[in-house]
Design a protein around this ligand. Structure first.
Ligand code: CO8
Length: 257
């Protein structure tokens, strides 16, 4: 499969997707969305691939939705064509994926990073929702995911002022899982993804769905959802293998059933 705006590599069981529009700081236009939808669908469908890393360049993960593409768009284009709904096909990815962010993650760039299961940030990362300065607002889930991730006070300040948040503040606020020195970001992201890829695949999907349910619903619903999925995992061969391997003091051999 060839793509126009992204580069895709496989590192054993890890798919690495790199946004590749350096001339526009990886601004997210319709072609990027189409390429990402195809790449994420291919990843989800490929049973040899167990974790995905989405990254950008050293300077920019992505500097937002493409302002030049949106400049001429009116209400009918945004609402009528449901312009940003395609991103829901990216968030529908069932298998785990990580955003590895260096440099700018602004507007839609911050929103795409927040779609990931978690964010690993270089110490150079800068997050922001500056859409207000363009007369608009986040449109790819940012007002909701940012508020859930860092709370109302900081999310409101970020959205109303458009200011950028550095990596340290982002980690302190719960937006990113971990900060690593910029030069080590890719090694660390691939290492972390490889560790996830080595886990039993059905349990990985179940764990992801449980944490997302905590993020998206109330406590009682989430606990019931967790219990049902937990019970379901007891019907898998990997559960028998995992517990037998523990008792026999050896590593598990996962079959994904
Ligand atoms: N869209 C299009 N092109 C961009 C974007 C962008 N978001 N960001 C940067 N570029 C382009 C620049 O125009 C420039 O191109 P050119 O060389 O042809 O002039 C090139 O990338 C390099 O950028 P700069 O020269 O500006 O680089 P600097 O290092 O000086 O500045 C910044 C870097 C601070 C990141 C600056 O580029 C910037 O402020 N970019 C815009 C950030 C922004 O406002 N992002 C939010 C976009 S809106 C959005 O994401 C909303 C999503 C939901 C909308 C819903 C509507 C339906």
């Amino acid at each position: 499969m060839t793509y126009e705006t992204i580069l895709v590599e496989q590192h054993d069981a890890v798919t690495l997707v790199r946004l590749n529009r350096p001339q526009a700081l990886n601004a997210l236009n319709s072609q990027v969305l189409a390429d990402l939808i195809a790449a994420f669908a291919a990843y989800d469908a490929d049973s040899t691939q167990r974790c995905l890393v989405l990254t950008g360049s050293e300077k920019a993960f992505a500097a937002g939705a493409d302002i030049k593409e949106m400049q001429a768009m009116g209400f009918a284009g945004a609402f009528g064509d449901n312009f940003f709904a395609g991103w829901e096909r990216v968030t529908a990815t069932r298998k785990p994926w990580i955003a590895a962010v260096a440099g700018f993650a602004l507007g839609g760039g911050c929103e795409v990073a927040m779609m990931a299961d978690f964010i690993l940030a270089a110490d150079t990362a800068k997050f922001g929702q500056p859409e207000i300065k363009l007369g608009v607002a986040p449109g790819m889930g940012g007002s909701q995911r940012l508020t859930r991730a860092i709370g109302k006070a900081k999310a409101m300040e970020m959205c109303l002022t458009g200011r950028m948040m550095g990596a340290e503040e982002a980690e302190r606020s719960g937006l990113v899982a971990r900060i690593v020195p910029a030069a080590e970001l890719m090694d660390e992201a691939l290492k972390t993804a490889a560790a996830i890829a080595a886990m039993p695949p059905l349990a990985a999907i179940a764990n992801k769905e449980m944490v997302n349910t905590a993020f998206e619903t109330g406590l009682a619903t989430g606990i019931l959802f967790e219990r049902r999925l937990f019970d379901g995992l007891f019907a898998t061969e990997d559960k028998i293998e995992g517990m037998t391997a523990f008792v026999e003091k050896r590593a598990g051999n996962w079959v994904g059933r």
